[in-house]
Write a protein that binds this ligand. Structure first.
Ligand code: PHE
Length: 376
């Protein structure tokens, strides 16, 4: 076919297609939203759509004209398809913008009242203790609730069959750790052992680590249940080990702690000889109070608050620390007891009942939490 003939067919085809093109672009112009766009796509490119039909009809053309006319019909299809895409992008963007502005958060609206959470008094007391000892340079340390019986008893110089084991009414688990029976820890003292073992190991591998100064809040367990005992309760352990730690340090730290905790600068504190297998000498620490009024720091009665002592040489040796070069002190304080005393809480069992009315009364604002920056 020569060029003029070809040009004639092309212009004839263009004239033929023009009304279809006008119709198609008018339909596209009329689209206002995504639903309309879909309908328009079907109208133009669907199975029996206007453009689709034009392409189908090309099959009936003569072999000579078909490639020329079909190419123009294909170009129309491409233009329509491209326009549909452009429209879709524009409409989707508009729909998103509309949704975003409809869902905009009005931050000037008054807040919905939310019930304020409260800090449980047990948590509060543990925070306070950590804050007080933290200010003295103690590091926070924690240990697991489940221990093997060597770490909970043996290493602490409480041999098998020692009455102290029965005293503690231990929960034995039907399991073992290594080949040692597993127990729910009866006190936080096993964290002393974990800390000293790690310290001795670090020391054996080269330079001597800094002296130990740790404060260890946590859960403890004994088979005991009445108005002043719960099978799960809380203690906080303290441990200081160094080359020159003496009983004077123990006394100074504990007196400072008790006066800060009870907010009584002149609180009378008494150290009374006692016995623990893991300390020697051992001392019970009492504070002055009035049995009659319950006032702390008043009256002439004494109230037992915590257990303490110089770490027993056997305990140091059990952890690989040479008791001829190192010594220190440890103490353990029952959290429930001092919390009840400080805040006048009469029954221990209420600590664990999760009664929100109780918590609202005895709890603390989260914003008033004790910490090292604010003090208590
Ligand atoms: N572990 C002892 C107890 O639970 C308390 C204690 C800790 C006493 C450390 C002395 C030194 O009763």
């Amino acid at each position: 076919m020569c060029a003029p003939e070809r040009a004639a067919i092309e212009s004839d085809e263009q004239a033929y297609l023009e009304p279809f093109a006008i119709q198609a672009f008018a339909a596209l112009d009329a689209v206002r939203d995504l639903k309309g766009l879909d309908a328009c796509r079907v109208e133009l490119l669907g199975k029996s759509g206007i453009v689709t039909r034009l392409l189908k009809d090309a099959g009936t053309l003569t072999v000579a004209e078909r490639p020329i006319r079909a190419a123009l019909r294909n170009r129309l299809k491409e233009k329509v398809t491209a326009e549909l895409e452009v429209l879709r992008a524009r409409l989707e963007e508009a729909a998103l913008t509309a949704r975003l502005s409809a869902e905009r958060l009005d931050i000037s609206a008054p807040t919905r009242p939310e019930p304020a959470g409260m800090i449980h008094p047990i948590s509060r007391t543990m925070e306070e203790i950590v804050a007080i000892f933290g200010a003295m340079g103690f590091a926070l340390k924690e240990g697991p609730d489940i221990e093997d019986d060597w770490t909970n008893f043996g290493a602490l110089n409480i041999p098998a069959h020692h009455p102290a084991r029965a005293m503690m009414d231990t929960f034995y688990l039907n399991a073992s750790i290594g080949n040692r029976p597993a127990v729910l820890r009866t006190h936080t003292s096993p964290v002393q052992i974990r800390t000293m073992l790690a310290w001795a190991k670090a020391q054996a591998s080269g330079t001597e680590p800094a002296p130990i100064r740790i404060i260890v809040p946590g859960r403890t367990f004994r088979a005991d249940h009445d108005a002043t005992h719960s099978p799960m309760f809380h203690q906080t352990e303290g441990l200081v080990i160094g080359r020159d730690i003496t009983l004077a340090h123990l006394k100074g730290c504990l007196i400072d702690f008790l006066r800060a905790f009870f907010n009584e600068p002149d609180l009378p504190v008494r150290f009374r000889a006692s016995y623990f297998p893991f300390t020697e000498p051992s001392m019970e620490v009492d504070i002055g109070w009035s049995r009659k009024t319950g006032e702390i720091g008043q009256g002439s009665d004494w109230l037992e608050i915590l257990g303490s002592g110089m770490v027993h040489p056997n305990v140091l040796a059990n952890c690989g620390i040479d008791p001829r070069n190192f010594q220190g002190f440890a103490f353990g304080v029952g959290i429930e007891r001092i919390t009840m005393l400080k805040y006048g809480i009469p029954d221990l069992r209420l600590f664990y009942e999760s009664d929100v009315r109780w918590l609202r009364h005895y709890g603390f604002s989260p914003l008033a939490q004790a910490n090292l920056h604010e003090g208590i």
